[in-house]
Design a binder for this molecule. Sequence first.
Ligand SMILES: NC(=O)c1ccc[n+]([C@@H]2O[C@H](COP(=O)([O-])OP(=O)(O)OC[C@H]3O[C@@H](n4cnc5c(N)ncnc54)[C@H](O)[C@@H]3O)[C@@H](O)[C@H]2O)c1
Length: 150
Amino acid sequence: MDNLSRGNIGAVKVLQDLFPEPGRLQFIYADLGDPKAVNKIFSENAFDAVMHFAAVAYVGESTLDPLKYYHNITSNTLVVLEAMAAHNVNTLIYSSTCATYGEPDKMPITEDTPQNPINPYGKAKKMAEDIILDFHKNSDMAVMILRLFQ
Ligand SMILES: NC(=O)c1ccc[n+]([C@@H]2O[C@H](COP(=O)([O-])OP(=O)(O)OC[C@H]3O[C@@H](n4cnc5c(N)ncnc54)[C@H](O)[C@@H]3O)[C@@H](O)[C@H]2O)c1
């Protein structure tokens, strides 16, 4: 699922050509900021798991337009989690970022490094991580958070 705001349908078409079996690679054009659309997608499909990677992802842009980032990253993650909970989908892989670490005192960064993000992009992802982990504590949801470095 993608709203193609930054994505390229050509890449999906290449993959669909490689895996042409009916239903093997379904593409759904929708915006994660639209809870009704997201819930409809969950109602019409049977998902084993969600891999949530769809987001805006530029540090510089996030400082110029922070509300866009908190909405697109933090608020949309809440929409995804609520839809998963409502439809009993219990496995989530979430794409976070090394920007959640900010500027650590010690290198290299490890999973024990404190997360102190210094820009809206990193802060929005850290908030989304916190929401996911708080929900995970009192639910059956299995969660993996990837903090990607470029
Ligand atoms: N590429 C990296 O090095 C890197 C590093 C750290 C984190 N990440 C994270 O990985 C994920 C993917 O990054 P990428 O580099 O592949 O970016 P990308 O821009 O290539 O892919 C993100 C996709 O999300 C879609 N999207 C954005 N907002 C949407 C919305 N509201 N609804 C539906 N689709 C939406 C865009 O159209 C785009 O296709 C992001 O969450 C990003 O924060 C990537």
